[in-house]
Design a protein around this ligand. Structure first.
Ligand SMILES: [Zn+2]
Length: 338
């Protein structure tokens, strides 16, 4: 049985950033294989898990890429300049440990040109940060790391109080876990289910864009993380959402507005199965559903998310029960005429 914490921990330990997803693609394909009719990988690296059913063709993507960094230049002193892979706020990156795919460890630091007095006012730029890998000079650094290599946050996946988990990569590995749980649990699949672990979501929904054209679904339901409003201060960018309050069902985010029949059907199924849920109405952010919606002649979409605090930071917090509820909801979507 897939368990939220254990499965997520396995994924977090190996996950690589956008464009470098092969390790998690391999593991996810292996884990999914026993529960679906076929698993295949497309040209860009999306892992497509097809469970046949007589009803509507439903594409349920969860992106498997995580945010990270790519080395663009090594300076004479052996410090690495980097570009972001995915969206980062430079403020979150100061003095943050990172690890390269070959095991080299480093720390992101601000150089002397960095404005640390007004970092929240845009005074801190990502190009005034560098990675220190402890190399004595350029030659030594080049023996350890090459330009073009990717790094990720070097933080674990740990249990916290209140049934919460702290990890940098809930986005979107926890959604990948909920897809596995649904594949395993759905006994009779009423719909023609395409569970897709997509690549490069954080770089413009590229994987989903391609997979949607190939699969040509009737309906798209992306599974991702949402945000929480249950934080100190007032968060005006989101509807009232809290960790532990249930699955988020998307009304809108910065990328798409859910098509009403899909949104309402998901709500109906959640109510019928007593799955707690919350409205997700966000002013910013996007998910793979935005790419599916505008594919071909248009596809009706909705979205389901796990509420998550501090997404796109070195550590985010989410509640295990919420992930369980998202998994239940996807299971019901697979098992019921949509
Ligand atoms: Zn995401």
């Amino acid at each position: 049985m897939f368990e939220v914490y254990d499965t997520l921990k396995r994924l977090v330990e190996i996950a690589q950033p956008s464009g470098f997803e092969q390790p998690q693609a391999k593991l996810l394909a292996e884990l999914a294989a026993p529960y679906v009719d076929e698993v295949y990988t497309d040209t860009l690296g999306n892992v497509i898990c097809h469970k046949k059913g007589p009803g509507k063709k439903i594409m349920v993507p969860a992106h498997m890429d995580v945010i990270g960094f790519i080395v663009i230049h090594i300076d004479d002193e052996g410090f690495l300049r980097f570009a972001p892979l995915g969206g980062h706020s430079p403020v979150n990156l100061i003095n943050t440990p990172v690890i390269f795919e070959n095991g080299v460890r480093g720390c992101i630091c601000p150089d002397c040109t960095a404005d640390l007095n007004t970092p929240y006012l845009g005074g801190l730029r990502i190009d005034s940060l560098y990675i220190d890998i402890g190399a004595a000079d350029k030659a030594e650094a080049e023996r350890m790391v090459k330009p073009g290599m990717a790094a990720r946050f070097d933080f674990p996946c740990e249990k916290a109080a209140g049934g919460n988990i702290i990890t940098p990569y809930a986005d979107d590995l926890i959604a990948c876990v909920t897809l596995l749980m649904a594949m395993e649990r759905a006994k009779k699949t009423k719909n023609d289910m395409y569970y897709v672990f997509t690549v490069q979501e954080e770089r413009g929904l590229r994987g989903a864009r391609v997979a949607a054209r190939h699969i040509a679904p009737d309906v798209g339901i992306a599974v991702d993380v949402g945000v929480c409003s249950d934080l100190p201060g007032e968060n005006k960018g989101t509807s009232k959402t809290h960790a532990g309050g249930g699955a988020l069902i998307c009304v809108k985010n910065g990328g798409y507005i859910s098509n009403l029949p899909v949104r309402d059907r998901i709500r109906e199924l959640a109510d019928a199965h007593k799955i707690p849920w919350q409205d997700e109405i966000m002013s910013a952010g996007s998910t793979d559903s935005a790419a599916i919606q505008t594919s071909r002649g248009g596809v009706q979409v909705g979205g389901v998310s796990v509420p998550n605090r501090y997404a796109h930071s070195p550590n985010s917090v989410f509640n295990i029960e919420d992930a369980e509820n998202v998994a239940k909801l996807i299971t019901v979507i697979a098992e019921t005429e949509f």
